[in-house]
Design a protein around this ligand. Structure first.
Ligand SMILES: [Ca+2]
Length: 559
């Protein structure tokens, strides 16, 4: 029997045809295709390939790794296979051989199935005994598994999955793991969209604002970037599930209280749907996190097992420091995400911050965002009736798909990465997931780890597969967290934090003194000094009324 090293057939990240578009970075046109269909087959084969040590003999058929041993161990068991002819032989010759071994070794359930035209071969269900016998026939070239095909291909015509390092997770995090659900707190997700169906496993409408009717499209676009699986539009984590929590109307408007109700609903239903991640591509008003009700609501999620991912905001002007005062982006526990521009290349080295991506200090002196992810000209799915389509008809890239820019579309990249991490490490806490994402982020060339990109641009593959889970960016805050025996949930004591932070500027040292950050490629020392600043605390004049206005989720005209 011949042995073949199936692991050397493919090269990850194989790319085809790059075309520069007519505006900025390609305008969502087909700039690149990542050909992963063949790689999937190779990866599956590799897993099985380590079982069997093959003997070298040209007389016998090639048999899928492990299959001979399985057939020998289970002579009456049934195996679905594809049988191919030796050179010079035909499909009918193979069919004859299959029929012969069935006669020689009768077995219940065995049968000849398809006779192929495109190849000289057949499909068949064989008993173990028949398979062993067939492998010795000189007419037979190969007997390989008739594997179940679970997906066609994970591909994206854009470069952002490579820049965010998530394309490697499509293959390196096994599909057989349990992938959690991401709650998308937004304008609603259309469950029938081909890229998401049938993985929208729950939805609830908590919107009480009587504004614009119809589907906005924002929620679907966000969900498709987090967890879409369509070829050419594969998301950050195509195996994750989606739960739609609708709080905004057909124009992206809504009440802050509805977003708090969304947190309540997630807390009550997270076990039912295995919700481990909640995505907030919205901000609504903002006060010190000691008082802001939405901040407290998302903290309740965070401290009770749900990773909260929030868009930083789109209100910076020409890259200048804007500070970050809207809730829930201004909450220190959550992962706040800025938007990077990938500079039309897959490499992270030349990435830079989108000029409108909000960054700077919160009312309480915390630096935001922690990380950035691609957020410019992101292709995603929207329903045909979406108001966004009416608003931006020139942004359609294909039927059912359009591009948008904003931190709204960077956040779901990180939500998808969080889902990959939790599939690989189901026991990790939100603090560990945040630590892994920050630890493996990469600062572009010349970037100093304390601006609009946070510590750098996310590296999904590194965070999911390589991170230790030991780095905890919230270690300093944990000393103020305790179990409320009345509710049975963990809570943060903001007043105690305020008292301690007021007289001890080094209260947060624990977060950055850990050796866990030594593997980070960015400077943990410089981030440590920037991550919380008593100088920019609420005494600063900027922290007053300017954060009172409504949601900016409708600031969609940016590019
Ligand atoms: Ca780049």
């Amino acid at each position: 029997m011949r042995h073949e090293d199936v692991g050397r057939r493919g090269t990850p990240g194989t790319t085809t045809g790059e075309v520069r578009g007519n505006a900025l970075w390609g305008g969502g046109r087909r700039t690149l295709a990542v050909t992963l269909a063949a790689l999937l087959v190779v990866a599956v084969a590799l897993v099985a390939g380590r079982v069997q040590v093959a003997e070298a003999s040209d007389a016998d058929a090639y048999v899928s790794p492990g299959l001979l041993a399985e057939a020998a161990a289970s002579p009456d068991g049934l195996f679905d296979v594809i049988v191919q002819a030796r050179k010079g032989k035909k499909t009918d010759d193979v069919a004859d051989e299959v029929t012969k071994v069935q006669k020689d070794e009768p077995g219940t359930g065995s049968k000849l199935k398809r006779k192929f035209i495109s190849i000289a071969g057949t499909s068949a269900t064989l008993t173990g005994k028949q398979l062993l016998k067939l492998a010795d026939r000189s007419e037979i070239d190969s007997i390989t598994r008739d594997s179940k095909v679970e997906l066609t291909a994970y591909t994206n015509t854009q470069l952002w999955p490579q820049s965010a390092g998530v394309d490697t997770n499509w293959l390196s995090v096994p599909a057989s793991l349990t992938y959690p659900a991401i709650a998308v707190v937004d304008s609603g997700v259309t469950p029938s969209l081909p890229t998401l169906s049938p993985r929208v496993i729950g939805s609830v409408n908590l919107k009480t604002y009587a504004g614009t009717s119809g589907a906005y499209g924002h929620g679907s676009l966000v969900a498709s970037i987090a967890a879409g699986a369509a070829e050419d539009y594969t998301s950050a984590e195509p195996r994750a599930k989606i739960v739609s929590v609708k709080v905004l109307d057909g124009a992206g408007q809504g009440y802050k209280s509805d977003i708090i109700a969304a947190c309540d609903w997630i807390l009550q239903n997270k076990s039912t749907y295995n919700i481990r991640v909640a995505n907030f591509s919205l901000n609504a008003g903002g006060e010190s996190f000691r008082y802001d009700a939405l901040d407290k609501a998302v903290e309740s999620l965070w401290l009770n097992g749900v990773v909260v991912v929030v868009a930083a905001g789109n209100y910076a002007v020409e890259g200048a420091q804007s500070n970050v005062g809207y809730a829930p982006a201004n909450d220190p526990f959550v992962i706040t995400v800025g938007a990077s521009d990938i500079a039309n290349t897959a490499s992270r080295a030349d990435d830079f911050a989108a000029p409108w991506s909000a960054w700077g200090y919160t009312q309480d002196g915390f630096f935001k965002p922690e990380v950035a992810a691609p957020g410019r000209r992101m292709n995603g799915a929207v329903p045909n009736s979406a108001n966004l389509l009416t608003q931006y008809p020139d942004r359609v890239v294909a039927p059912g798909y359009m591009w948008m820019s904003g931190t709204s579309f960077a956040a779901p990249v990180v939500s998808g990465i969080a889902a990959s991490i939790l599939a690989d490490h189901p026991s990790w806490t939100p603090n560990q997931v945040k630590g892994a994402i920050m630890e493996k982020a990469v600062a572009p060339t010349g970037y100093a780890s304390n601006g609009a990109l946070g510590v750098g641009v996310v590296n999904g593959g590194g965070a999911a597969v390589e991170a230790s889970g030991l780095a905890n960016p919230n270690a300093g805050l944990n000393q103020f967290v305790s179990l409320n025996s009345a509710t049975g949930r963990y809570e943060f004591d903001g007043n105690l934090w305020y008292t301690v932070a007021s007289y001890d500027p080094a209260w947060n040292a624990a977060s950055w003194s850990s050796a866990s950050w030594s593997s980070a490629s960015w400077s943990s020392a410089s981030w440590s000094s920037a991550s919380w600043s008593s100088a920019s605390w609420s005494s600063a004049s900027w922290s007053s009324a300017s954060w009172a206005n409504a949601s900016w989720a409708n600031t969609t005209d940016i590019e």
